[in-house]
Design a binder for this molecule. Structure first.
Ligand code: NAP
Ligand code: MG
Length: 489
């Protein structure tokens, strides 16, 4: 239902502090997936617009990095205050364009304001360089060296639709704090709250040329960003397919790529598991954001001795999930980001059924709403058991004979983002965790346990590099060694 064209409102991009349309006037419509209502339009940037934002950012970076660190940090603290002041508006806009329940979006912004972002700023102040040990080499006894950290330059941040607040802020804040400039490219389905947040940086006092946001299709804007020699680093979160394209395109300029990509995470339930805990964590992991979380459990590898019981309890648990309009209170789950995304998930379910699986709960779709769906009789030969990521509230259950088989299936995927082990035996659980080819394992919990301190990323095709308070400052800076010849006694 694409209605309401008469109430047309035109949101603009921000390039170098100016609110602008695309040079050719082209726009993209933004709809609320829950109601089908038209919300707004954003510009479909041209190649010239993207070029302008990047060369502006190149100049802006020098100005921004010329400001003393303590002053930059004060400006970013002002940004955090503005984010706090605007949290309801941002959360409401996100709920409209992206369809996650309002309370969850609000909680995301509050958590960033109170915990995550101040954490990045604190660490940035203590992101030290190094010195070498004088006298370590014959003939160089009188020389002294310092190793300082410098920003990369222009960092392009390409953001997915599913977790825009967290993904955007954990790139933008450390990038700016370490003296880089940013060019933001939001997902076309979810650009509105991202424009609002980007504008708050300028309102807070960040050099306007150092922060721009360009809207438009990933294929076009993503290509213009990835091939631009003035971009020093690309911090991308999204699908492995797009990530691989970006790496290929940007390789001509040896641009640094930081990649947070797809996953097909295993959720291993041992025969000794607390099944109530297992189904609760499975439900949280797979219904939060309607299953559209990179590190949510996507394959359920359950020991045959408890598989029937787990499936029965899971269905009971899923019957309690309240689904509804994301702007209404008291709901657990909204809809998917678009009807197209829901249809795609239904097709993946159908494909798995054609390979021999059975739908034992759910499966119904209405518009962008998909009822949580449980698939039984999934076997390790099926696509969903290895590399077919379903980005939706779908629970493919694979019965396994042993821990060894669970580990074998868990590792038989091109992905390696996160994983879970549910067990009452810590020795066995740790043994399994150690054998999983993933960058994260959660024991007795679902896999997207979010703690901004830990290095978040992926093994194998799930990513390159790590994000988080411990890692991003290193990745967004480069080391320079300065040698003082003959200055020591
Ligand atoms: P996506 O299609 O790859 O889109 C992500 C972003 O990249 C969007 O801004 C998109 O723009 C842009 N894009 C699309 N194709 C591109 C291309 N060829 N070159 C450059 N940019 C391009 O991913 P999605 O559908 O939004 O998100 C789902 C995927 O992201 C899943 O695989 C999920 O696991 C993964 N993800 C990973 C993490 C992580 O931290 N590892 C976190 C969240 C999501 P348009 O919107 O205009 O297409
Ligand atoms: Mg997409």
């Amino acid at each position: 239902m694409k209605n309401d064209r008469r109430r047309i409102r035109i949101m603009k991009m921000t390039i170098g502090g100016k609110k602008v349309d695309a040079r050719n006037g082209k726009t993209i419509d933004v709809y609320c997936p829950a109601t089908g209502e038209f919300i707004n339009t954003v510009p479909a940037a041209t190649e010239e617009d993207v070029k302008e934002a990047i060369s502006m950012a190149k100049r802006g970076q020098k100005i921004w990095n010329g400001i003393q660190l303590h002053k930059r940090l004060s400006i970013l603290r002002r940004f955090i205050k503005l984010l706090d002041k605007n949290k309801e508006k941002i959360a409401r806009t996100l709920s409209m364009e992206q369809a996650r329940p309002y309370a969850q979006n609000l909680a995301d912004v509050i958590n960033n304001v109170e915990n995550t972002l101040p954490g990045y700023l604190d660490v940035c102040r203590h992101h030290y360089g190094k010195t070498t040990t004088p006298g370590a080499y014959e003939g160089k006894e009188h020389d002294f060296q310092v190793i300082v950290r410098e920003p990369l330059g222009v960092i392009a941040t390409i953001i997915p639709f599913n977790s825009p607040v967290n993904v955007f802020l954990k790139k933008a804040i450390p990038a700016l704090a370490t003296g880089n400039s940013i060019v933001v490219k939001p997902a076309s389905d979810v650009p509105l709250a991202m424009i609002m947040m980007t504008d708050l940086f300028i309102e807070a006092g960040v050099t306007p040329e150092a922060v721009s946001i360009v809207t438009g299709s990933g294929e076009a804007v993503g290509r213009w960003i990835s091939t631009n020699p003035e971009v020093a680093g690309i911090s991308f979160t999204g699908s492995t397919r797009a990530g691989s394209d970006i790496i290929k395109m940007s390789s001509v300029n040896i641009t640094r790529c930081f990649m947070e990509l797809g996953g097909n995470d295993a959720f291993i339930v041992r025969e000794d598991a607390d099944l109530d805990l297992a189904v609760k964590e499975a439900r949280i992991g797979r219904t939060f954001n309607a299953g559209q979380i990179c590190a949510s459990p996507k394959r359920y590898l359950v020991n045959k001795k408890v598989c029937k019981e787990f499936t029965k309890k899971l269905i009971e648990e899923l019957k309690k999930v309240k689904i509804g309009n994301p702007l209404e209170g008291g709901i657990d789950m909204g809809c998917m980001v678009s009807e197209k995304a829901a249809v795609n998930a239904v097709n993946q379910i159908g494909h798995t059924v054609s390979q021999g699986a059975r739908i034992v709960y759910g499966g119904e779709r209405e518009g962008a709403f998909l009822i949580p769906t449980v698939l039984a009789d999934v076997t390790k030969e099926m696509d969903v058991a290895t590399d077919m990521e379903i980005f939706a509230p779908v629970f493919p259950i694979i019965e396994v004979d042993s821990d060894e088989e669970a580990i074998e299936i868990a590792n038989a995927s091109v992905y390696g983002l996160s994983g879970s082990v549910i067990s009452c035996n810590m020795k066995e659980a740790i043994h399994i965790a150690n054998q999983m080819d993933t960058a994260q394992v959660v024991i007795n919990g679902q896999g997207f346990y979010g703690n901004p301190e830990i290095p978040f990323g992926g093994y194998k095709k799930s990513g390159l590099g790590r994000e988080g308070i411990m890692s991003t400052m290193d990745e967004f800076t480069q080391e320079k060694a300065i040698t003082f010849r003959d200055i020591l006694y």
